[in-house]
Design a protein. Sequence first.
Length: 437
Amino acid sequence: MFRFLRGLFEKEEKLFTLTVREAGGWLDGRERELEEELRTKSAETRATVVDRLEGLDEVLRDLEGAEGREDIHPKLRSVTDRSLPLFIPAMRQQIARPMPEDPDAFYAAATDLLAFLLKIQKGQGRYLSGVFPEEMKEVKHLTAGIGRSINEFTGTVKEVRAAQERIDGARAALDDLLQAQEDVQSSRAAIPDLKSRISQAEAMIAAKEELVRVLRDDTAYLRCLELREQVKTISGEVEMAGQILQNLGARLARVLRKSERIAARSGEKADVKALDGCIALLDDPVAAGSDAVLAALPAAAGLVRAQIAHGDLTLKGKDDLMLFSEDDRIEQAFLDAFGRYSSVQAQLLAVQKEVRSCSLPGEIEGLEEEIRALTSGITADRENLQIKEEEIHLFEESVPACARRLREALELVAGRPLSLEGEGFVIAAETKTAQSR
């Protein structure tokens, strides 16, 4: 007796061990078993239903032969005449339903068949029970047989569906575990590359910074810096010389406009034209150029002096009077201003040409841009490195929980205690003996 009990407990405590690598194939096998179980039960039920339908067909043939019988009581004949023509075609329509071999399609067709058979019998069938009690009793008996068979199959379908849900749950748990392990491996695989890139970028930055330091101490570079400063200084002188020319032009143009109005009143069209042409040049003497301005000045200045001499034009400003105090003073003023502008402009062009030949500043700027890009890349890689390290920590923490959930899900499918083995872990089954300790 004690030996029997010990053997019983040993059988109950027999462990079932699966590895994570085997789990997917094992679930496939369980799924195939379920499909075979469903197909077998479906075929049995289908055979029973078809047999009962053949029995119903025989009963319907008997009822068809009863139409118009003289031995039926006159009070019941009206019931027969009304209900039988409706009952038989309705039943035949259901009996003729195809019963598919696919389990899911068969189950749907069979449940619909049973529902319609019961509906027909509760309808026209109830009126025929008094006229054809034996036949209708057989119809009910055969229909009940179909119902019992479908009810038994329904239980199988529910069990298979519940088992399939457990398998689907185990597959989902397996996918979660595999994904967590893959995430750990993927994050770990990315770390060496990130560290290598950071190290290489740091070495490149150090080399480029040293090269920049050497180039900045080069005499050619220092000369380039000096030339750049000269460009700034001379550019200011060019701007100032241009402004002097512009101011001088504006002063003379103001006087010429007064002279032009006097000439216009006197009807001196040629004088007006000469004055207008010179005024147009003086609006922007720098753009007009020295040749054009100096060529137009003598005639215009001569007209102004003539108007002053005749008393037609009076100059009140001391600066204006000084410009026309001597015959060639105004021309000399412009000649000097243009000379100064041309001189500093030539200096600027010469220095700018020399600056353009300087390659070291551009080379240093390129190196500094490369250093900035490398520094930005290092910052991004360090951020990614930190993210990967955090991901590894999170994923490694999730693996044990995923493995426990998988073991529990597989145990539900197996229906017995189950141990799960994976890379770096073993989760033992929780047997009843272990739970009682």
